[in-house]
Design a protein around this ligand. Sequence first.
Ligand SMILES: [Zn+2]
Length: 361
Amino acid sequence: MARKDISSAMIVCLIATFAGLAYPTKIQCSSYEDVFVLGTKAANQAIKRLGTGYGERILLITNAGHVRIGGMDSSPVLDALVKATGATQGKGNLLSLHDAPDKPLFFFFYDATHGEAVYIESQGFPGTPFSKEAFEKGLLALSQKPEVFEQKVKDKVFGGNEFRLLMITWLWDRGISMELRNAILFHDHFCPGVTSGYYIAKYLCNEFPVSKGESYYIIASPPYCKDDALQAILNATVGKRSMAVIPLSESDMACLSAEAKDAAGIYFRYNRKEKKGNGIVLGFLWDRLRSAAGFTTGRKASLTDTLKLTQWMIEHEDEYKSYIRVIKEIPLEGGLTPEDFARPDVNPYLKLGLWEGRCSQ
Ligand SMILES: [Zn+2]
């Protein structure tokens, strides 16, 4: 055993983990100190490898705070990283990325001055050696070298996290807004779909804002990455019944009327007290955007295409309005509520006259 001071709490945790009780369990596995030590060890190792000092221009990305390590809450790692590096959530250079509890705990350190990165992964109990360690030079330049980048993804140099780590680092280096950061951390990666949700959120806030007493009600149909951005930015979540999700299959998509082919959801602003509000069906013009970005439509996108398209969308984020259009305005009259468009037996597009006649027979 690498560490000699294994506490009785840790032994209980080990037994619980091997007995399959790691999560969820009422057994106390809250060894703050042990997990803190693990975070400090990872930070010190990375700092040594990068040759960087406390408080220097550094970015840390981790899934600590979301995954379990040896059955324990990994959140103390975040405190350790703050203490060892000076990076903080408030400064925006300590990012805790959404992940499933059973995923391996990872640490990613990026030294912006030298463009170097260290990736560390820990799968075991705190105190056991790290399961993966990697070092990369010229990280951001990888987005300009498609073959090298795609090979690194195949080789899983960062444990399968290559795309999301490279993309988030690129964005952070450029400057990232609070809204987009929240969207990406919740969605767990940065992609064209989540960026389109960021565009739509901007559109709603500027062109279709809620006034006092109103709140948004969103019908995510068809749902895709954008809806995570909308939930994270507007706090219009499914659980709080501010968003209804209605999937559309490929054949359903073919049933949307010609004017609604680009449909990217139905958006209401509604005052529940006064029972007043209105809605809009929005379209997202992916074909126009892809062609403006220099991509041929219809071709299957490679990983590099996805990366370049996402970057292009950020470089042109001020032009968001050019890629969103109002397909239809919805006055809520005669006691209609937003929820009337999202009941189990209601097809909102049919109700709005945006459904091909041949599909409704
Ligand atoms: Zn996505």
